[in-house]
Write a protein of this length. Structure first.
Length: 502
């Protein structure tokens, strides 16, 4: 049993989020462990497996539902597009809960909070597997998201506290491998289970993994605590309520309940404005809005918003397109979609040289245009049987988006001081997941508006083609935003974390 009580200084803030870290933590020259580090890695192997399993579960559950959505919808008596809420509720919960992760760990310690996160994720997974209606599944996905939101931040925090800045990247690279496999295995595993077993196993397979994780946590997780500081509970509540109301507005709009959608959107905007006013006056806000005075930071977040609005809904729409429009099975659809994750992994070694050679302004502008063109290419008149064409398009999109995600994530940090990294990490992580959830909502809203009441296979094809054109336009807006950078920004740090591919 390991028991350590330490005071956390700046590292407590640097470690909490999926966003990349400043140069002190990410110096490539210091990313190789010294001989003494090998002993630490060997001694910490069970802990590394525990953190890696948390990364894997979180990334797997972000993608595994897509290919199984039509089968789940049929079992729960919902429409395939109606499954969007089961996706957005999980991702939105991640966005809302991430800002609280650092405070919770500083207050209660890593062992208890990590155990609580694994337990909530496991209970949520079990509830998802037993859900009998769509509302029950949505509620269970929210519970799953509360637990999942804490897995990655706490894992990063523990690694940087135990291994220090010198060996942090080496440790992170080791535990990142399962996290990289999650997006690749998710569509395939979801398709295979829903076709040959039961869609409920998509969620229930997390239960034994979670139980093993609780056992490992009790025996290997150090009990690290940080400096206790005030928590902006009022600001957190405003942010959560505003995000939830805006997402609810999109759900009402998708169901053509325009009056209710307008009311929720108006209330969400009012609460969002209240959150901004509160954050500007609060001495310890959930989000430090002063960071938006840094040009590269707000450009990174705004450009990322429009890019993710365009790209985040594609996996879900493509799963519906391949199964409902082209007649492929869930497993066949998952195998075709897995090529994107393979391409993203293959692109990783080339990202650092590209950014060093061309800088951020040129790279992000050109690559965002390529992302828009890749999206629009899905509207090409491919025959439903032309699966190699779909695989090729997904592979190209994976190459483009691997570079895009890393460049957007690192741009947010190039002009920030080290003491700003904590708030910046939390804000960029939250913005990423918010953009993803609203991107899924936007994509399904557009496609639903183009589908008739009883859609045929050809109707799905036409609606999908029109929707991807609209999503490509959002990416073009993102390209225009990235052109606002005054000059090319050199890459100062190397990013090896799996979260950079979100």
């Amino acid at each position: 049993m390991v028991s350590m009580r330490r005071r956390a200084g700046k590292a407590s803030m640097l470690a909490f989020s999926p966003a990349p870290q400043p140069a002190a933590c990410m110096n490539p020259a210091s990313s190789r462990p010294d001989p003494q580090a090998h002993a630490r890695f060997a001694q910490s192997k069970p802990l590394l497996w525990l953190i890696a399993a948390g990364f894997f579960m979180q990334t797997l559950d972000s993608t595994i539902v897509n290919t199984a959505a039509p089968r789940i919808a049929e079992a729960l008596g919902a429409t395939p597009l109606g499954m969007r809420t089961a996706l957005t509720s999980y991702v939105l919960t991640l966005a809302v809960c991430i800002p609280a992760s650092a405070w919770l760990t500083d207050r209660f310690g890593t062992r208890r909070i990590y155990a609580a996160s694994v337990l909530l994720f496991t209970l949520g997974s079990a509830a998802c597997g037993m859900a009998q209606t769509l509302p029950e599944l949505i509620a269970a996905r929210v519970l799953q998201g509360i637990g999942g939101a804490l897995l990655m931040p706490i894992g990063r925090y523990v690694l940087i506290r135990l291994f220090g800045q010198r060996d942090f990247v080496a440790a992170m690279s080791l535990v990142s491998i399962p996290g990289l496999l999650g997006p690749m295995l998710g569509p395939v595993l979801g398709g295979w289970l829903s076709e040959y077993a039961s869609w409920r196993l998509i969620f229930l397979i997390n239960v034994p993994v979670g139980l093993v994780g609780l056992w490992l946590n009790a025996r290997t997780m150090p009990d690290l605590v940080g400096t206790r500081r005030p928590f902006d509970a009022f600001g957190f509540a405003l942010f959560a309520a505003a995000s939830g109301l805006l997402m609810t507005a999109s759900e009402y709009a998708a169901d053509a309940r325009l009056a209710a959608a307008a009311a929720c959107a108006g209330a969400g905007l009012v609460l969002g404005t209240g959150f901004v006013l509160h954050a500007r006056r609060c001495p310890h806000p959930v989000s430090d809005l002063a960071l938006f005075r840094v040009r590269s930071f707000w450009i990174a977040l705004l450009g990322s918003l429009f890019t993710r609005l365009g790209i985040s809904g594609l996996p879900f729409l493509l799963a519906l397109y391949l199964q409902m429009g082209c007649g492929y099975s869930p497993l066949q659809a998952g195998l075709m979609m897995a090529s994107q994750a393979l391409a993203m992994m293959a692109m990783k070694p080339l990202i650092d040289p590209i950014l060093r050679r061309f800088g951020y302004r040129r790279t992000l502008y050109v690559n965002t245009v390529l992302a828009a063109l890749s999206l629009a290419a899905f509207a090409l008149p491919l025959a439903p049987s032309d699966w190699p064409g779909v695989v090729a398009l997904m592979f190209v999109l994976g190459l483009v988006m691997s570079l895009q995600y890393t460049a957007m994530n690192t741009l947010a940090f190039v002009d920030l001081a080290p003491e700003q990294a904590g708030h910046a990490s939390s804000m960029t992580s939250t913005a990423q997941y918010l953009s993803m959830s609203f991107g899924i909502a936007l994509a399904t809203l557009l496609m639903g508006a183009l589908l008739p009441h009883a859609p045929s296979a050809s109707a799905y094809l036409h609606a999908f083609h029109a929707t991807v054109f609209a999503l490509a336009a959002s990416c073009m807006v993102g390209a225009a935003v990235f052109m606002r950078l005054r000059r090319d920004r050199p890459l100062r740090t190397r990013v090896d974390e799996p979260e950079a591919a979100i």
